[in-house]
Design a protein around this ligand. Structure first.
Ligand code: CAA
Length: 258
């Protein structure tokens, strides 16, 4: 599939997906989301790719679902096609890590897409919001659930009920983003994190991701039990032997993903 709304670039073990509808603030239309889902599936299957980055441009990560495309749809249109569920959630299904590098607006479906990634690095000009209420609807891509888990009920309620945007500093204070960097350094800083992850044992990275995600789905006791079994499982890998031996021998590890 030739992509028209996203750009995909692979550098070493890192694949960068750039949302690319700059004239529409990267509004997420059906074609863009189908392309994104397809790219994610391909990159997940590509053994050369060990970490993914999703980004936009300096002005906008994405200003939400494409309002002009969806404005005339009926209930039956969106229900029958299972709008959102059918293609938008692919990033939650991949097992490799995905980082969102957010500069400018991350609104509505754009904020929700960033929250579906494993963590968010924000530029200092980033602005996050769920403004759906101001156009007569509500978040539909997980915003009411994920934002609430990230920032707590009070802030999530205020944002979903008023459409107020959060700037990068507030997003960092509230725990929505892992850190804030100057806008000019966003890609360099994100690539540093992605390259670090790509240099590690992929099975260990995947297990760590699976274990952290479990925290959102189960009780503390069950989550810790799940983590403990995955921790034990790493002792069955060559990479754990290599990683610990390399530490003891004061040399860099040579992971083989086995
Ligand atoms: N859908 C379609 N087009 C959009 C868009 C969107 N979500 N956001 C911006 N655009 C378009 C504008 O219509 C405009 O197009 P034209 O040049 O053809 O007029 C172009 O992008 C540039 O936008 P603005 O002129 O509005 O730029 P600005 O700098 O004045 O404002 C903005 C930027 C604050 C992001 C403003 O564009 C805005 O408020 N956008 C809509 C945000 C929004 O409501 N998002 C939620 C969508 S609903 C959703 O996402 C549902 C869900 O949960 C899945």
């Amino acid at each position: 599939m030739a992509f028209e709304n996203i750009l995909v670039e692979k550098t070493g073990g890192v694949a960068v997906i750039r949302l690319n509808r700059p004239k529409a603030m990267n509004a997420l239309n059906g074609q863009l989301m189908a392309e994104l889902a397809q790219a994610l599936a391909e990159l997940e299957a590509d053994d050369a790719v060990r970490c993914l980055v999703i980004t936009g441009n300096e002005k906008a990560f994405a200003a939400g679902a494409d309002i002009k495309e969806m404005k005339d749809r009926s209930f039956m249109d969106v229900y029958k096609t299972d709008f959102i569920t059918s293609t938008w959630e692919q990033v939650t299904k991949i097992r490799k890590p995905a980082i969102a590098a957010v500069s400018g607006y991350a609104l509505g479906g754009g904020c929700e897409l960033a929250m579906m990634c494993d963590f968010i690095i924000a530029a200092d000009n980033a602005r996050f919001g769920q403004p759906e209420i101001t156009i007569g609807t509500i978040p539909g891509s997980g915003g009411t659930q994920r934002l609430t888990r990230f920032v707590g009920k009070s802030k999530a309620m205020e944002m979903c009920l008023t459409g107020r945007m959060m700037d990068a500093a507030e997003a960092e204070r509230a725990g929505l983003v892992s850190r804030v960097v100057p806008v000019a350094d966003l890609m360099a800083e994100t690539m540093k994190a992605a390259e670090k992850i790509a240099s590690l044992s992929l099975p260990a990275v995947m297990m760590a991701k699976e274990a952290v995600n479990r925290a959102y789905e189960t009780t503390m006791a069950e989550g810790v039990r799940f983590e403990r079994r995955l921790f034990h499982a790493t002792f069955g890998t060559e990479d754990q032997k290599e990683g610990m031996s390399a530490f003891a021998e004061k040399r860099p590890p040579n992971f083989k993903d086995r």
